[in-house]
Design a protein around this ligand. Structure first.
Ligand code: PAF
Length: 322
């Protein structure tokens, strides 16, 4: 563990977190305090040198966490990006020039589309994606709860990232969270996207916890067609073939396992935040169209969820650290 870092500076072995929502704060709380800090929003001068919040670990023990705001990123050895999907490219654009060229960038976004946008934008930088089943929520601005332990898979999104997977995993292992290398990270992201596409829009439209969708006519009337559309797109994208029945079973299994949970999309709608629908069902609809496939249910769900969120101005930036 490094000692004697000046406040606000990074250093070899430092992990910076861009996006101080529930997931970013979970990683910051679990990584050693000397080696983890937050990236302030561009142009914003933090009112204190550290970000302070209450953290309840997975055993229910409470901690007060203090992590530095890192104003100098020139020696950074790892950047975790935990912004909402819609904010990711613009948030990175604001800070990327301050990072060393070789600093791996690990993207934690839900859905698909934002990761590819980053990897295409900076092909020479090591860009990785992470898919996690760690459950964290933020019931208040400065309160984070690690609701359940899970696993985080990390894999390269471009050629430049291939050799960085092991060092990234080593650095993240200091958190004590479970981390595994994943060569087929796109498959994992797809698996999560399927579950999100089959749960999130229904919970948002019905304003109900995850388990309640299973008996709702809106879900029962559309889930088979939704799974047909997902299976067709997955094959067209070159992923291992999946039957629509198998996809429906995985969606229903997660909805049952998280029966009382409020999905992230329902929570976004309830709190007047932009949702990630464009990167979930919207991504499926757009990619299907680009590949000459039809995805009317994904399209319909995307449009209906967008009608629920009357705050289009918030899509870019407002919830970067929220
Ligand atoms: O997006 C979410 O909230 C979660 O990924 C899921 C799977 C819907 C469970 O709550």
């Amino acid at each position: 563990m490094r000692q004697g870092l000046k406040p606000g500076t990074s250093g070899d072995g430092t992990t910076a977190i861009l996006g101080a929502g529930a997931l970013g704060r979970l990683w910051a709380a679990c990584l050693p305090s000397e080696t983890a800090g937050f990236v302030p929003k561009s142009g914003a001068v933090p009112s204190a040198p550290v970000l302070t919040y209450q953290f309840t670990d997975h055993l229910g023990h409470g901690h007060v966490i203090q992590r530095r705001w890192l104003t100098d990123l020139s020696d950074l050895s790892l950047l975790l990006v935990t912004t909402k999907a819609g904010n990711t490219l613009s948030a990175l654009e604001e800070v990327v020039d301050q990072l060393p060229e070789a600093c791996p960038i690990v993207l934690f976004q839900n859905g698909l589309g934002s990761q590819q946008a980053v990897a295409n934008h900076w092909p020479q930088r090591p860009v990785l994606a992470a898919s996690t089943t760690e459950a964290a929520n933020r019931p208040g601005p400065d309160v984070v709860i690690h609701a359940a332990r899970g696993c985080t898979w990390v894999g390269p999104l471009n050629e430049a990232a291939r050799t960085t997977v092991d060092p990234v995993i080593q650095q993240l292992a200091a958190s004590g969270l479970t981390i595994q290398a994943e060569d087929q990270i796109l498959e994992r992201l797809w698996h999560k996207l399927v579950v999100n596409a089959g749960i999130n829009p229904f919970t948002a439209l019905l304003d109900c916890p995850n388990g309640d969708i299973l008996t709702a006519p809106l879900f029962l009337d559309h889930i088979d067609q939704l799974c047909l559309e997902l299976a067709a797109l997955m094959s067209a994208e070159g992923l291992p073939p999946q039957t629509p029945e198998h996809l429906r079973a995985s969606i229903e299994q997660v909805a049952r396992a998280t029966t009382a949970n409020t999905s992230s999309m329902r929570s976004d709608v309830r709190n007047g935040r932009a949702t990630e629908i464009d990167y979930i069902n919207g991504h499926v609809a757009a990619r299907s169209q680009a590949l000459g496939l039809n995805a009317p249910v994904n399209q319909m769900l995307t449009e209906r969820v967008k009608q629920l969120a009357p705050y289009p101005d918030q899509k870019h930036g407002a919830s970067l650290h929220g």
